[in-house]
Design a protein around this ligand. Sequence first.
Ligand SMILES: O=c1ccn([C@@H]2O[C@H](COP(=O)(O)OP(=O)(O)O[C@H]3O[C@H](CO)[C@@H](O)[C@H](O)[C@H]3O)[C@@H](O)[C@H]2O)c(=O)[nH]1
Ligand SMILES: [Mn+2]
Length: 597
Amino acid sequence: MAYDYPPEKLSVYLSDDGGSQLTFYALLEASKFSKHWLPYCRKYNVEPRSPAAYFKSMPKPLNATHASSLASIKKLYEEMETRIERPIELGRIFEETQPKHKGFSRWDSYSSRHDHDTILEILIDGRRPEDKDVEGWPLPTLVYLSREKRPQYTHNYKAGAMNALIRVSSKISNGEIILNVDCDMYSNNSQSIRDALCCFMDEKHGQEIAFVQWPQMFSNITKNDLYGSSFRATMQVEFHGLDGFGGPIYIGTGCFHRRDALCGMTFSKDCLVKWKSKNQMKIEASTQELEEEAKCLASCTYELNSQWGKEVGLKYGFIVEDAITGMTIHCRGWKSVLLNPIRPSFLGLSPTTLPQFLMQQERWGEGLLQLVLSKYCPLWYGHKKISFGHQLCYCHYGLWAANCLATLCYTAIPSLYLLKSIPLFPEISSPWFLPFAYIIISKYTYSSVEYLRCQGTFRGWWNEQRAWLYKRNSSYLFAFLAIVLKLLGLSDQAFVVTAKAADKDVSERYESEIMEFGHSSPMITLLATLALLNLLCFATTMGLQIVLCAVLVLINFPLYEAMFFRKDKGKMPMDVTMKSVVYAFVGCIGFSLLLKG
Ligand SMILES: O=c1ccn([C@@H]2O[C@H](COP(=O)(O)OP(=O)(O)O[C@H]3O[C@H](CO)[C@@H](O)[C@H](O)[C@H]3O)[C@@H](O)[C@H]2O)c(=O)[nH]1
Ligand SMILES: [Mn+2]
């Protein structure tokens, strides 16, 4: 709401797929606080304008009047915080809160979060004279939406939620440009709207731009990025490269879309939008009428027998709704563009434990591979619609998961052959050693220099190598198997929301960059088994093979530590350690016997 942009042209929608009265209550409280916060931001031009992030950054007042405003706004904020947190601890809102806003009564017919009517409330209607901030300036419109859910109708996860928002907002504000951000993100730059509009309104290229994408960045990345979650090279190097082929892929968050393009419009040279004349749609209905009219747009049955989820809006049936939606937009002739200013514009939360990270990566890997193996395969579907380079870019991400097979071979087979002293690579004295050495040295020099140039640390690079190894050997393998099973018609898939909340203990370990293994899972067991296998094989000496094995042992160090030395709760679960010790021994002995035979 506090963007540096005329408030009467701005509307904010919150989609609550959890349908929680607590979320509604928190938003109501925030809407009251905004009446004080917006004038404060305007007056002192503060940054960032997410109050939580602002107060956490320990702002320094400019002068005495600022100091007193700061103190009083901080007090208001903290009071609001307590008012929100107390009911959350209790698990429900207080009895006396209920009658204070008519919105709460919308939960009267609510039975569960999987079974309820549409809940739509315009908390602030920018057109209403009473909805002004404390200085009498207009406020952006603020809307709470929890779309209808019924057990007998599939809700299509995030894509379904976004499509409901697109329709509801078309009734209430019908803005030409739509920004969407995930629930765990905050705005870190009050200028982003203007930045995005610069791209859309560019006289030369603006009219063909369908979306402006920011790289995904996180507020909770530690110095050496333990799980390699920031994807530095991908966001800062590859995506800029994609700009040369038609633009970055849509990554689901931190992205401004042209409403028309998102709703299925094909680009053509003569669809030149006259921005000024177009935004004249005057909405006359009263707030209550608008709520009633918009409500039916978020019902379960609205999309039946329509093109929503197919040709209009975000696409259904894909685990990564974003990549496929972006690709079809590109295939309709539009371009996209990456904006990556020095000050990050949107900051989110990345997973803080290894199992959470691996699960998220499994979903991405599976979703992207699903795209390549579907009828939307960039090579067929994109043929003659987007450039060959662009097709290959989509395949590059789409085939991430397929990488698991080669990685698995490299981490298990050469080490096992060490046991029997069978060389798989050329001896150091052989001239054939040179091409291997050349590739290994140049690849790792290149990737580490690239990482350092993206403001990373050397330890961060090393951690990222480990993260790639782990996700290829576990997440991607499971993703690959899931897709194969799905192709054979043996399983189904769902969008598993990435958990990010963590208890204090876990957060502290995350801050000090100690890997969190937590509970046992097949993915972790697999990683532990492979790591032990390497440790067991690391006995004989043999040229390149031993080097590979040594590197694997070295990179797996945190894992051994978690198995044999750590005492805290984030260490490797005992059952995983036992299982993987047994598996690794069985693997080694079995392999020895096999070769003997
Ligand atoms: O039934 C659902 C499930 C998810 N979401 C929302 O989807 C967003 C993304 O989910 P999250 O669990 O945060 O996924 P991440 O792995 O962190 O997200 C990345 O990957 C997703 C799948 O590609 C993209 O949708 C996201 O934008 C992108 O940030 C969240 O805001 C959720 O609130 C819904 O609204 N309804
Ligand atoms: Mn997210």
